[in-house]
Design a protein around this ligand. Structure first.
Ligand code: GLY
Length: 316
């Protein structure tokens, strides 16, 4: 066996026109999530378990558009989606149109490990989750005041979609994601979302679609995306970044180039977090803000504004 890799984990808490009033909650939330995920890697856990732990942390946190705090569809319901991928053997698991469970990412992980299928939706996903022992929660328990206010504002302003997943609401929140490399050099990526405020019932976005919201390949790297789903899936944004890296472009440049190309072509915004197989980091967003954080070498880096890189010591 070769030398152990240095573990690294990066998370995002969503791209969008995030209101100033939501900034601190998101920064606190991504710092908590990156610690939760990194702890798994420090205990020699797998990249898959680490990205799940990081995303679970944000699914519990109403500062983010995933799990509790997910935005609402036109019927006022939560309909969530999530995907997870292993770069070791390209195994994938994804769920969509989930309404009754707090942690869609854990169900997606179960699809990866226990199902012959890749993406399960709606009633079938609910049955799969129940068969695997996931506890149902009342749908109302997933609905936050912010999500209700965002839908109200969306409807009052005529139900027009904004340029990002957070719609036009000031109190919009963001999709979450995580990318990790474990000590064995395996890469995993997880992404989870409530989608966009005011979406039609049954709408499926980029997040559960492998290659759009999520991609991992141990030979190249891993990417999780966030932003305007209908645009992200048209350019298969996660896989576009992977292909650029495969052609020799570094993680940061590949992330910036692919996100910029999408925004130039389709006039909507997005963001992405990327790790190369060597642990190089890429963070880029064409939206106003995107919260992100990563831990490497006992340092925790994080930010939310364009060009911002804050730093603190990571204490185990
Ligand atoms: N990027 C999340 C969505 O549009 O559903």
């Amino acid at each position: 066996m070769g030398l152990a890799m240095k573990p690294i984990l990066i998370v995002h808490g969503g791209a969008g026109d995030i209101a100033q009033s939501r900034v601190q909650g998101k920064l606190d939330g991504v710092r908590l999530a990156v610690r939760e995920g990194y702890r798994v890697l420090q205990h020699n856990g797998s990249a898959l378990d680490a990205v799940e732990a990081a995303v679970v942390s944000m699914e519990k946190d109403e500062n983010f558009n995933a799990g509790y705090g997910s935005v609402l569809n036109l019927a006022g319901e939560v309909e969530m989606e999530a995907s997870i991928m292993s770069g070791e053997n390209l195994d994938v698991g994804a769920v969509t149109l989930i309404k009754d469970f707090l942690h869609p990412i854990s169900i997606a992980h179960k699809v990866l490990t226990d199902s012959p299928h890749s993406l399960i939706g709606g009633q079938g996903a609910k049955q799969f989750a129940l068969d695997k022992g996931f506890p149902m929660v009342p749908q109302e328990s997933l609905i936050s005041e912010n999500a209700q206010a965002a839908l109200k504002e969306f409807l009052e302003k005529g139900g027009e979609f904004g340029k990002t997943e957070v719609g036009i609401a000031e109190d919009g929140v963001g999709t979450v994601g995580a990318v990790a490399i474990d000590i064995n050099g395996h890469i995993a990526v997880a992404t989870s979302t409530g989608g966009m405020t005011g979406k039609v019932v049954g709408r499926i976005g980029d997040t559960p679609q492998i290659g759009s919201g999520t991609y991992a390949d141990d030979n190249i790297g891993g990417v999780s995306t966030t932003g305007h789903g209908e645009s992200i899936l048209k350019v298969c944004l996660a896989h576009s970044i992977i292909k650029l890296m495969e052609s020799g472009v570094d993680a940061e440049t590949a992330t910036k180039e692919a996100v910029t190309a999408m925004t130039t072509r389709l006039k909507n915004t997005a963001g992405a977090i990327t790790l190369s197989k060597d642990g190089d980091v890429g963070v880029y967003f064409s939206s106003k803000r995107m919260s992100w954080a990563y831990i490497e070498d006992e340092k925790l880096f994080y930010g939310i504004e364009q060009g911002e890189v804050l730093e603190e010591n990571y204490v185990k």
